[in-house]
Design a protein around this ligand. Structure first.
Ligand code: NM2
Length: 497
């Protein structure tokens, strides 16, 4: 049967994007004030729930991976793997990690060195150790558990009970029955998923665009204008629309393989041409610090000093990962036939954590070293709200120019592409009525979402500022907290059957 579009979901989602973006473009100042207020309210009042969600997800995954159920194979005992291990890991890494890592790995430490966690003195030795560590935590095991939980919750019923559609509501079939997707509740859940993903990806391109523009400006010695930023968005959209048009095997898989190779090579290049020993020492130290204080980092709510560090950073990150979670669930389910639940959990969380740490240890520590040695005034640029220029300055100060700048721009572009092509794929899959194992959503439909996904980042760029971008993530991921709880209950029910 040909995949048919679910016009209600399609229309509601596309309509909402337009309805949100028009006021943002017309009244940016007012919109950005409102969005900022909403962020503060949610972070202060319900931020704790995000932290709990992380803890619960980690515990649930540990139980599934360590117990006998972990040995169950997706698609049946003799199901064959569709993709090799290497392609599987690179596809899931590139889908879940986007240009965001190039942005934050390079610059996150600067925020923490000046406004450290745990009440440390800004710029102190303690602050420096945490600055090198906290980013790894925010992209580490706990974060990957927010990706992995929806994956297990969707993949298990999808393969085990052969649910004929691949949507977030698939994860709730254990609780509400197999026809949930066609009932209002299922429709609402899938709608929430699409909205969360549009908001989450908006943040990625919203951050990546000025960063890319700054690097391109540095490369060619030209000025960073708004037109340059538009050109960057346009190039990115054309690239990922083409990739999703080519489909899973030709577009997404090939780009992911290329991405992993080029990005990995870039990280190693930075490590060996930069302050190698400094990065390795800090990296080793950070890993130790993080493992030792793992519980502390996960449960630190800052009840006494109330520095807002948790609200400004951890909560923002958890919301961001949460917003991407169901999409990862859908996408990774699609590529995971033939793997056991244990392989899925350990592979996803393990390699994900490792991959992200690699960027923080190499790029982040190199940038911090450049600042401490007075090579680049990165912290000053960040404090003035010019993080994108700080990044361009750091990359521009690496050895062997212009090679690193070119490589950085290239890797970032591919990262943007591989995130957005799989995101367009997942949204199209959700807004398709029936999708059986191995089937793909219609081509025009996938390409439509590729273009639609670029609308919000452009509107966010009008609003300007990191705050607006961060806020949108928090707002859209809020309902996913409730869905997350239902998902866990549903998963345990399905596992018991
Ligand atoms: N997460 C991993 O640009 C990106 O890296 C997208 C961001 C959720 C923090 C993903």
């Amino acid at each position: 049967m040909k995949p048919r579009v679910d016009w209600v979901l399609f229309g509601a989602s596309a309509g909402l994007i337009v309805a949100v973006c028009i006021p943002m473009a017309l009244a940016p100042d007012r919109s950005s004030a409102i969005v900022g207020d909403v962020y503060t309210w949610i972070a202060t009042h319900v931020g704790l729930l995000y932290q709990w969600m992380v803890l619960v997800s980690t515990a649930v995954l540990a139980v599934v991976a360590l117990r006998k159920v972990g040995g169950r194979r997706l698609g049946g005992d003799d199901a064959e793997k569709e993709f090799s291990d290497v392609s599987w890991v690179s596809m899931l890494f590139c889908a879940g990690i986007g240009a965001g890592i190039m942005y934050w790995a390079t610059i996150e430490w600067a925020f923490y060195l000046d406004q450290p966690p745990f009440g440390a003195e800004p710029g102190s030795a303690e602050a420096e150790e945490w600055a090198a560590t906290y980013g790894i935590f925010h992209w580490g095991l706990s974060a990957w558990c927010l990706y992995c939980l929806p994956t297990v919750a969707i993949a298990y019923p999808y393969y085990q009970r052969k649910i004929p559609y691949l949507r977030l509501s698939t994860a709730l079939t254990g609780l509400f029955g197999d026809d949930i997707a066609n009932r209002p509740l299922g429709r609402i859940v899938d709608f929430i998923f699409i909205v969360a993903l549009v908001g989450g990806t908006g943040t990625s391109l919203g951050l990546a665009t000025p960063m890319l523009a700054a690097c391109i400006a540095a490369l060619f010695g030209i000025e960073q204008t708004i037109w340059l930023e538009y050109a960057v968005v346009l190039a990115a959209v054309l690239l990922f629309a083409y990739s999703v048009f080519r489909g899973l095997n030709k577009g997404i898989k090939i780009l992911s393989d290329v991405n992993m190779t080029v990005a990995g090579a870039f990280a190693l290049f930075v490590l060996f041409t930069g302050p190698t020993l400094f990065a390795l020492k800090h990296g080793t130290n950070s890993l130790g610090l993080m493992v030792q204080d793992f519980i502390r980092l996960n449960t630190w709510t800052d009840p006494v000093l109330q520095t807002n560090f948790v609200e400004d950073w951890s909560i923002f990150y958890w919301a961001w990962w949460l917003a991407y979670g169901p999409y990862m669930g859908i996408f990774v389910t699609r590529i995971s036939r033939g793997r056991t639940l244990r392989e899925l959990i350990l592979g996803m969380v393990g390699f994900g954590t490792f991959g992200c740490a690699l960027f923080y240890i190499t790029l982040g520590n190199t940038a911090m070293w450049m600042d401490l040695e007075g090579v680049v005034a990165a912290r000053e640029l960040v404090a003035d709200g010019n993080a994108d220029q700080a990044i361009a300055a750091v990359i521009g100060a690496l050895d062997w120019q212009p090679l690193p700048l070119i490589a950085f721009i290239l890797v970032t572009f591919i990262f943007v592409t591989t995130t957005y092509d799989s995101a367009s794929y997942a949204i199209a899959a959700s807004a398709t009525r029936q999708l059986e194992v191995g089937q793909n959503p219609a081509r025009w439909h996938r390409v439509f979402w590729a273009f639609a996904l670029a609308v919000l980042p452009i509107a966010l760029m009008f609003l300007g500022g990191l705050e607006a971008i961060k806020s949108s993530v928090l707002v859209v991921s809020l309902p996913l907290l409730a869905i997350g709880v239902a998902m866990i209950v549903s998963l345990f029910r399905s596992l018991r059957e």
